[in-house]
Design a protein around this ligand. Structure first.
Ligand code: WQD
Length: 338
């Protein structure tokens, strides 16, 4: 199939492009490069020997998007493009609502005009907000606590309303938990600009000496070791989850929603220990105050995605970690979800 991947040069988008090519599909990418580089696509082409048609513009540029659909026959669209930093969204809500919603509406409008009605949307577990219980199931009420999470929940609602028009749309939303790691090729990975907000990229920068120590945000949570528990899913598994979802889209006029996680949680201290064990590097840390908005425990129920898509994660064991140079800031790891 010919798949259009929006935001395809980004962290999760690029890993999904790679898995799509491995699965034998033709891939086009549209990305405004606001938070990524075309280098990831060049490296994927080098790895696979397969061309990727890259289009550098913003989805809100409706004329360019319309021309792209006129010149191509896309079978499916995978929509990753969007801003995704929780913290930044709190300080810049207008930027987040405008970008994430307008780009999605522009995309859906052009897809509808050209009769392309198969869509996979990159959603997020942040739509749940503080859960009443864990593991978190897809039928739980959504009460996101930040503008980024609200944009994802709003887009899910927009897509649900589009499906209700009975014009033949087939839509799947995938709610990721905590994607981490990098493709085993060593060629692509997460390379956050500035000081990383998220735990694993921060630890990797401590490990390579770019940062001197980690702050553990709170050790007084109601968890076994007092630190926050999350569902860390390898980014390659997230990418493969998209391919699995594409092979099993819902029937016309239906929308499906799945969690993408491992179904188990690891604490901050467990992640630190696992990283130290695998890398042989010390990870100095200090315990600091809780981070506002953080919650104690967050991990997915994965029974629905296993049952409906026959998909589950593959990388659940810790593998020797190769920490690359400061420049690449890449790690290759899964975490034992013992
Ligand atoms: C994980 C744990 C922290 C950094 C994020 C994004 C969200 C979503 C998933 C896209 C928590 C602790 C962290 C540090 C720490 N991504 N921590 N010191 O907050 O669960 O969710 O990823 O949809 O957008 O917010 O991930 O990696 O920031 O935190 O102690 O320097 O690590 O308190 O318990 P989070 P995270």
């Amino acid at each position: 199939m010919h798949v259009l991947v929006t935001g395809g040069s980004g962290y999760i988008g690029s890993h999904t492009v790679l898995e799509l090519l491995k699965d034998g599909h033709q891939v086009s990418v549209v990305d405004n490069l606001s938070n990524s580089s075309e280098e990831s696509l060049r490296r994927i082409t080098k790895m696979t020997g397969k061309k990727i048609a890259f289009h550098n513009f913003d989805l809100v540029e409706g004329d360019q998007l319309d021309k792209l659909f006129s010149n191509n026959s896309f079978d499916v669209v995978m929509h990753f493009a969007g801003f995704k930093a929780v913290g930044e969204s709190v300080y810049k809500p207008i930027k987040y609502y405008q970008n994430n919603l307008d780009s999605t509406l522009s995309l859906c409008q052009v897809m509808s005009k050209h009769g392309v009605k198969k869509l996979i949307f990159s959603s997020s577990a942040v739509v749940y907000g503080p859960p009443d219980r864990v593991p978190i199931t897809e039928d739980m009420l959504l009460h996101p606590t930040n503008p980024y999470g609200h944009t994802k929940a709003m887009i899910e609602q927009i897509l649900s309303d589009i499906v209700q028009t009975n014009q033949g749309w087939e839509i799947t939303a995938l709610r990721y938990f905590n994607p981490i790691g990098a493709d085993e090729s060593d060629m692509i990975g997460e390379d956050p600009t500035g000081i990383p907000n998220n735990l694993v990229p921060y630890i990797s920068q401590v490990a390579v000496g770019k940062l001197d120590k980690l702050k553990v945000f709170g050790n007084d949570y109601d968890t076994p070791d007092g630190t926050g528990i999350r569902d860390y899913i390898h980014v390659t598994d997230v990418a493969k989850g998209h391919v699995a979802a594409m092979h099993k889209l819902p029937r016309p006029n239906h929308m499906a929603i799945y969690n993408l996680g491992t179904g188990k949680g690891n604490s901050v201290l467990e992640v630190i220990e696992a990283f130290k064990k695998a890398s042989g590097k010390d990870i100095p840390y200090v315990v600091a105050a809780r981070r506002p908005g953080d919650i104690a425990e967050y991990f997915a129920s994965v029974s629905k995605v296993k049952d409906k898509l026959n998909w589950q994660v593959e990388k659940i064991f810790f593998r020797p970690v190769k920490i690359l140079g400061v420049g690449s800031q890449k790690i290759l790891m899964g975490i034992a979800n013992s």
